[in-house]
Design a protein around this ligand. Structure first.
Ligand code: PAF
Length: 279
């Protein structure tokens, strides 16, 4: 497995793959790889000849008071995990390889990214689309795999790819959960074991919302109220609960089974957690 830190070398590697008529799948990550990421890698492995995993904690998607400095960084463990999963190349650049010191160009999706997480993290999705666009231009993958825990992110990236004619197929991967139901996330590392147990309320509340929809309720306000009441506790504060279109993550007026998703973000103490469920 190659470990590549320069954009030029990454480009050359990818170009060589294309010259040999090999397809390339990219799994973009910010490292601290967990079983959720490994499932993305497995999907990439099955869908292309060459698998590239990028490991880059992207500064532009963090707000000024967010956890960029503390975000878990475990490069050696990440490389080992990639090696054991049959990854061909890890692209782990320093920030200077991705952003020129006087970079002044961004990619900004302006509809989907205004809702849900975009409301409380105003420049987050601009940072995501910009870095994903840069990674696509460096790696030139045929496919790129993203996890549905970040369903809004997937919707924003799909829109960017469509609107800007990026020549890449977006592959989405199901959420991987702990036995308790807690969706796997690198930020779970901030929770102590007791908090991890308490965080099961998040998925449990989504299941209650889904059960109400399964019983025939299409009323968005009722579903939202049930989820909010079930999840809220002394420790868990709701940032948003929304019923959204399954594909675009845009809020809907009527919850429709097979077409909608319940999305949630909460503060668990000082840890921001998100999750969602299709209904
Ligand atoms: O989902 C993530 O880990 C990040 O948002 C991504 C897509 C790697 C961009 O930095």
């Amino acid at each position: 497995m190659k470990i590549i830190s320069s954009a030029e070398e990454m480009r050359a590697f990818s170009k060589e793959c294309r010259r040999e008529n090999k397809t390339v799948a990219l799994v973009p990550t910010m490292g601290a790889l967990h079983a959720g990421h490994l499932s993305l890698i497995d999907i990439a492995r099955k869908s292309a000849d060459i698998v590239v995993v990028s490991v880059f904690v992207n500064p532009t998607q963090f707000g000024p008071n967010e956890d960029f400095a503390n975000y878990p960084r475990k490069p050696e463990e990440d490389f080992e995990a990639c090696r054991s999963r049959g990854v061909d190349a890890v692209f782990a650049p320093p920030a200077s390889e991705i952003y020129r010191p006087d970079a002044s160009t961004y990619i900004s999706e302006e509809q989907i990214s205004q809702n849900l997480c975009g409301k409380s993290r105003p420049k987050h999705f601009r940072g995501v689309t910009t870095v994903v666009g840069i990674l696509f231009n460096i790696v030139r993958p045929d496919k790129a795999v993203f996890g549905l825990k970040d369903a809004q992110q997937v919707a924003v990236i799909r829109r960017m790819v469509r609107d800007l004619f990026f020549d890449v197929e977006i592959v989405e991967a199901p959420i991987i959960r702990e036995d308790s139901g807690l969706a796997l996330s690198s930020r779970n590392a901030y929770l102590d074991p007791g908090e991890r147990e308490g965080a099961r309320r998040i998925y449990e509340s989504l299941l209650k919302g889904k059960a109400l929809a399964d019983d025939g309720c299409t009323n968005v306000d009722r579903i939202k109220a049930l989820v909010i009441n079930s999840v809220s506790s002394a420790k868990i504060r709701v940032i948003y609960v929304e019923v959204v279109d399954r594909l675009t993550s845009l809020p809907v007026q009527v919850a429709e089974r097979g077409k909608s998703r319940i999305s949630i973000a909460v503060w668990y103490g000082r840890v921001r957690l998100i999750d969602n469920i299709e209904i």
